[in-house]
Structure formats: C-alpha cells, structure tokens
Design a protein around this ligand. Structure first.
Ligand SMILES: *Cc1c(COP(=O)(O)O)cnc(C)c1O
Length: 395
C-alpha cells in the first residue's frame, strides 16, 4: 500500500495548493526545504566558503546519491545550474564536422533543437528527425534504418515537456550501442518520475534537473557522462575547477565528469538536490512510478467525461503529464481560472516543442502534471472545477 498520508504530511505545500504543475516545478518535501534552509543559515552565520568546507562530506555525498539514482559511478556525474546547461555542456563538447548526422525526435525540446540548428549552421552537420510510429513515439524501426548513414549522435527527449509520451529510451539505446553511435538523452521530465537507469537505457550522456519530478530546489541540474565517452569530450568552457593550470602555457582537464562543471555554484541548492535524491530513493521509484501513472489515468478518464475536452497525450506508455484543450476556453484562461481556486496547472505553447505541436496543429494546450503526493480527492476537485468552466461557457 502506498502511504499517501506520509507523503502529504512531509509536503508542506499540499496544505496550500492543489499542485498539478510537477512538470514545471514540484513541491519540495520538508527534508529538502530543511537542507536548503540549514545551509543558508550556516552561510549567514559562518561565511559561505567556511560553510561549504564544513559540509564537504555532504557535498561529495550528492554525487554518490545521484550515482545510485542513475545506476552509474559518482565520477560520471556533473552538477550544474540547470538541465539545459547540463545538456549544452555535453552537446557542445561533441566535435561535429560537415556531413555528420544528428538524429533527433519529433518531441524535441526547443532549447535542444535551437542548439542543433546553431551547430548545424556552424559546422555543416545535418539534423534529421526520426519519424514517430503509430503510437506517436519514436519509431525504432525507422531509427534502425537511419542509423545506416553517417550518424554522429542520436539525441532524444525521453518525456517531452508538453505531454504524456514516454519515448522508448532503452530500445533506442540497444540500437545506438549496436551501431557504436553516441546517445544523448534529455531526461529532464523522467528522472524522479520513473526509474531511469543509464545502464539499462544504454545512453552515453543524460541531462536532468532538480526542480521537476525529483522535487529538489530550483537552479540546479546535472549531467551523466559515461566514463569511456567523457574522456573524448572537451567541454566548450573550462575554468579553474574543470581544469587545472599546471604550467604557464598548459592546463589539464579534470579526468571525470567534473570537467563539465564550473567552480561557483549554489551550494545550498546542491545540498537540496542531494536531499531530494535521497528522499526519492527512500520512496523507491518502483513504488512511486505506478502511482503517478494511475493518478494520470484517473485524470484522463475524468477529462474524457468533460464535454468539449480533448486529451492530447501521445505514446504507448503514458506518464504523469496530461495535456488537453477545452473548447471555448484559451489555455491561459483555464490556468488563471483554476489558479483562483488554488489549483496549479501550466500552459505549453508551440515554440517549446515546435515540431510536435505544429504537425498536430496545436498552438497551445493546458498541461496538468500529477505527482505521487497528489490525492485522488485533489484530482476530483480539479475535474469538478473544469466541469464548471464548461458550464460557464455554455451559459
Ligand atoms: C524543463 C525541460 C528542460 C529544461 O530544463 P531546465 O532545468 O529548465 O534547464 C529540458 N528538456 C525538457 C524535456 C524539459 O521539460
């Protein structure tokens, strides 16, 4: 049995809001809040450098925790400002040349795709989009055919920002391994939501964030880089933390994933991320993931009964993100109206997942994203509130 009471008792925010914006930033559990606040107080009372030194052990434990979460070695993890920077540090390290092919997904996140376009313009590398299969997820057979070309990188979004789709990351990994092609996975929405094991998936590089399904603080993200791969990757930026100045004309790059980091960071945030990872591991992703999916299915069923509501989620396996539109209402109106009733949802717009949204003719949609600490009662409240919106439209 899932201990919902415990999950809610340990989440102060649930006393204030019905939070269905976990794909934006989830509510922090008390343990995370305590870790962040304690460090800020230590900084205020003893000095920032001194506080960091006093917490050296805990700071190095953050890497051990992330390594346990992802199934890798602590030296294969870099902690940076956010998932985008983590992804960038990996992507911009790859030495592309004219004619190299980058294979990506229809569900790709805007920041990633903008980077493909920039690098393609600079180097002559070519971006190709793998078609979707009949479920709306990456077509693995098509990918298998496309891998016969001169592919330098397969770069996929695991769970997109704009809906319930879960791309078949491990099936893709089996193919990239068989072809010896580099595989970068944007796991921003999946880490913390579902079990994500880098060995099982077979990716070489993976980026994710603290604030979304992991329930950590904002302003922290991280990168996994497989040991055998990272030695070949020279980060686009180096500082005195990523490298050491060893002679007047020479520096040495860090051997491990720390080469993707930079020296100054939000130490309290980093400790908060560590606390969030430990908290997620204590629950066990194998216990929370089925609940997230069940709650999302409850919402989809409920939305199916709201007149004028269209659920837009793609994929064979669907996650905790629910996307929909409601006839007669702009997504912004829905979000604002729900907000006035203490219910948080978000709006996704075409430019953030341009390919997917434009091919489906969607300009914007409402995104509701559930977490394991949401209660069935909260979901009912949300559905009732939406039902009332519809009555207002018809009145
Ligand atoms: C949120 C998101 C990102 C960006 O993460 P940040 O931590 O804001 O940099 C990247 N990819 C996907 C799929 C996302 O949903």
């Amino acid at each position: 049995m899932f201990d919902l009471d415990k999950a809610r008792r340990e989440t102060p925010g649930v006393n204030h809001v019905v939070h269905l914006n976990n794909a934006g930033a989830a509510l922090m559990p008390q343990a995370v809040l305590d870790a962040v606040k304690a460090h800020l107080e230590l900084e205020a009372h003893t000095g920032g450098y001194e506080a960091a030194r006093a917490r050296e052990g805990e700071l190095s434990a953050v890497y051990t925790s992330l390594a346990r979460l992802l199934g890798c070695h602590p030296d294969e993890v870099a902690v940076v400002e956010n998932a985008t920077r983590a992804w960038d540090m990996a992507f911009y390290s790859i030495p592309f040349r004219a004619g190299d092919v980058i294979l990506t997904s229809q569900a790709e996140y805007a920041s990633n795709y903008i980077a493909y376009l920039q690098v393609s313009r600079r180097t002559g590398a070519v971006v190709e989009v793998i078609p979707d299969d009949e479920h709306g997820q990456v077509d693995v057979e098509a990918l298998s055919r496309m891998l016969k070309k001169r592919v330098k990188l397969v770069s996929i979004t695991h769970i997109p920002t704009n809906g319930g789709l879960v791309n078949p990351a491990a099936e893709i990994g089996r193919l990239t391994r068989a072809h010896g092609v580099l595989y970068l996975l944007d796991a921003c929405q999946s880490v913390g939501q579902m079990p994500v094991d880098v060995q099982e998936i077979g990716c070489d590089l993976l980026s994710a964030t603290s604030r979304k399904y992991l329930r950590g603080p904002r302003g922290v993200g991280f990168l996994y880089a497989r040991r055998e791969v990272l030695q070949r990757l020279e980060p686009p930026f180096l500082d005195l933390h990523a490298a050491t100045w060893v002679a007047p004309d020479r520096y040495e790059i860090e051997p491990g994933a720390r080469r993707f980091e930079n020296w100054e960071c939000n130490v309290a945030g980093k400790l908060g991320l560590g606390a969030a990872v430990d908290y997620a591991l204590a629950w066990g992703l194998e216990n929370t993931w089925p609940r997230v999916r069940a709650l999302a299915e409850q919402v989809r069923r409920g939305l199916g009964e709201v007149p004028g509501c269209e659920v837009l989620d793609l994929g064979r396996e669907r996650c905790g993100i629910i996307s929909f539109t409601l006839e007669g209402y702009a997504p912004d109106q829905i979000r604002d109206c729900l907000r006035r009733q203490g219910i948080n949802v978000n709006v996704s717009r075409a430019p953030s997942t341009f390919l997917d949204m434009t091919r489906r003719g969607i300009k914007e949609l409402v995104r509701a994203s559930v977490h394991y600490y949401n209660s069935e009662t909260e979901l009912e409240r949300f559905l009732v509130a939406l039902g009332r919106l519809e009555q207002e439209v018809r009145a």
